[in-house]
Design a protein around this ligand. Sequence first.
Ligand SMILES: NC(=O)c1ccc[n+]([C@@H]2O[C@H](COP(=O)([O-])OP(=O)(O)OC[C@H]3O[C@@H](n4cnc5c(N)ncnc54)[C@H](OP(=O)(O)O)[C@@H]3O)[C@@H](O)[C@H]2O)c1
Length: 351
Amino acid sequence: MKYNQLGNTGVLVSELCLGTMTFGGNGYWKAMGELQQNAVNDIVKTAVDNGINFIDTANVYSFGESERLLGQAIKSLGLSRDELVIATKVRGRMGEGKNQVGLGRFQIMQQIEGSLKRLQMDHVDLYQIHGFDPITPLEETMRGLEDVVRSGKVRYIGCSNLAAWQVMKANGIAEKYGWTKFISTQNYYSIAGRDIENEIVPMVQDQHMAILPWSPLAGGFLSGKYTRDNKPEGDSRRLEFNFPPVNQERAYDIIDVMQTIGEAHGVSVARVALAWVLAQPAVTSVIIGAKNTDQLLDNIKAVEVSLTNEQLEQLDQVSGNPKPYPQWMIQRQSSDRLGAYNFTPPSIVVK
Ligand SMILES: NC(=O)c1ccc[n+]([C@@H]2O[C@H](COP(=O)([O-])OP(=O)(O)OC[C@H]3O[C@@H](n4cnc5c(N)ncnc54)[C@H](OP(=O)(O)O)[C@@H]3O)[C@@H](O)[C@H]2O)c1
């Protein structure tokens, strides 16, 4: 397991982060997984025993149950809180009330208290906004986040599912007032979903932020058990819950190539899919999900898969997207500035 700097901070996080969306299984979240305390303890122990020091949850996962089960697991297993980097999120709906959702100061102040109580912790290391709130001014959100940092309840702040301009606007506001800036962005990124390469990845590279990819197996679709001819039996999430959206015909072409590469390495398709995300520039820590310890161990072993340049090229050919405008124009115009200067002046004919 490698450890990477969490953006431009002094914190080192494992290149795999344990996702906890499979914990609890309340209501809407039932399809993700219904792991209860014993199973959660096994997952957390397996992750930590294998070098994972970074764990991601959210207030909204199973409406608080994921945080509660995680906090209890850390306590029951006797894990050192100081060795773990714990991330959670705020924004999602936590009740029926008009104000039990969003990113106003009102919600941030209330929700951090709820998260800390459920996690049985006095601080979280990374507090992420789970998405954009179209009605709260960004100034209010950034000031609310600054205050939870200053209070000692939060060490760093991050964002998730924002457009690049929204991240830059928020960080610009924070900089203007001397407040804490987002150090990370959590986004959907898989070999079948490469949209963030257009705006988010270049922004992150320019700003020295961290990218934390979520659903690196597209919710299990890229694990190898879904092929053109086969679907898994049982309670696999993607059978009933089509999220994140995937162009399935295109994904099957990618899975075919991953199968061949997996056979060459003697490893599962899931490991190839994760190894591809791990190999992408600017990726800090890939957030993996698992319903049981077999899946988790399979996924953890992805860190041992080293894809050759030729295999990366094959995967790029089957999964790459044409650059949208203005990226293709930026690339075209940049070649004149980034390549070797080789200007041949037009011949001037003076009569
Ligand atoms: N910020 C956000 O908006 C956001 C959104 C989504 C997720 N997340 C974070 O990202 C984490 C990971 O997301 P995800 O759960 O969607 O990740 P994922 O890796 O794309 O999907 C995980 C699911 O794939 C299946 N699976 C995993 N490993 C497998 C293996 N080796 N073999 C066969 N099947 C396997 C399991 O489902 P089945 O057994 O049911 O098929 C598992 O629950 C979440 O826990 C959460 O922390 C964040």
